[in-house]
Design a protein around this ligand. Sequence first.
Ligand code: FAD
Length: 497
Amino acid sequence: MSQPIRKIVIAGGGTAGWMTAAALSKLMGKDLEITLVESEAIGTVGVGEATIPTLVFFHRLLGIEEPEFLAATQGTYKLGINFENWRDVGKDYLHAFGITGKDCWACGFQHFWLRARELGLAGDFGEYCLERRAAEAEKFTHLPNNGLNYAFHFDASLYAKYLRQFSECHGARRVEGKIDQVLLHHDTGNIRALKLDSGQELDGDFFIDCTGMRALLIEKALHTGFESWSHWLPCDTAVAVQTEAVAPPIPYTRSIARESGWQWRIPLQHRVGNGQVYSSSYQDDDAARQQLMGNVEGEPLTDPRLIRFQTGRRRKQWHKNCLAVGLSSGFLEPLESTSIHLIQQNIVRFLRFFPHTGIGQVEVDEFNRQADFEMERIRDFIILHYKVTERDDTEFWRYCRQMDIPDTLANKIDMFRETGHVFREGNELFVDSWQQVMIGQGLMPERYHPLVGTMSESELAGFIEHIKAEVDGDLNRLQNHSDYLVSFLSRHAGSGA
Ligand code: FAD
């Protein structure tokens, strides 16, 4: 089993394939021979256009310049997601990327806010979060010291194209062709080569499966197994359509709950991405397509396209000499735009665990343990949106309200309801987001930390007002998002950035 890894073959050239090629070629290109095979005839899933702030750091790691990337992908800034009709029809909240208020050593800001609210001293929870206020005001500006947390919306096909160019510049080789067969070593069961329909064989020491939901290597060849989570995340279909932009881009994604799922709206510079995600057990495809087309703004630029998916994860992300990255590794549904984050996590983790001298089972097991933990915590966070709702107007929402949930999530919900506490487990992705979404979905703690009760009313009022004044001050430093984007791109145009 132990042999040095020199030749890496990446199967698939969607977002996952090209992000992998970009990172490996840039960071390890001198030591590796990297080949990516993709099939234009098969194409990519064509969605996946909203991200979370971790992508900013991935780009920094690779030395990708933001203005160049935004110009190449028609990108916009994203400060959060507006959840409309999720708590109940007509009730909205915005889950923003920032931190709300200020924690103290003993407890989180929500405890101070709960008491202040009880005394009539505080406004809405989101008033104390700069990113939330900026999103609502449609503002954006880069602030010093990462003072404003942000992510991007981008055109997925342009992103793959951009990263292809980046990867090829750093030495990755692209092969056009359809993988027909995955050839295994008889003795070890490891992958030996990919055989293309042209008859060409691509042999390698290590293979990265980025073939999307087909999972040609990790599943069809290595039979790694899939754990379904569809009983917790019941949506299994999406219909997607691109439309003309009718207004300047806003700096947040819209997620609008519908009778049997939800609709996304992702604003780019040149167009808008739209889609309806639903459970086919509760809504048929024609009805979903019609509902989506009745709710888009602007002329359609594409025909509505149906995408089936299953929520869940591959039983092992890394198995033998194959790593699954992207949709081949599983899918959690797009509600919190976490898939691209999970792609980069598997890539960065692979670089950390890179089997320079050969594959060791201890490292493979640790890799899989970390990846499992990460995915489970994100899964819980997404289920939260469906489970904690006041909606009971349709069969779908009644199912969601009543469904069993993982114990890990049940504990988090009980802890928050009974005590107001949220504790971050390990290095799970979401932190402030838990409070924002639980409160946004209507889950109010029954009590707050006793320490807060020891503050006088005027002390508490002063504390809350001080935070609000700071957020107001920062908000005044921000410009209109669309104006800022135009001037930021034109300032950097032609700078070779
Ligand atoms: P794909 O894009 O499917 O790419 C697969 C590649 O493999 C293609 O190049 C294909 O040609 C190639 N291939 C397949 N079979 C063969 C073969 N036999 N021979 C040669 N090549 C082959 N993620 C987010 O982070 N944010 C979002 O907002 C978001 N929204 C989503 C909405 C929906 C409805 C869905 C389904 C997913 C969404 N995702 C989102 C997930 C995101 O789209 C994916 O994580 C991302 O696009 C990566 O996909 P991929 O590269 O794994 O697969």
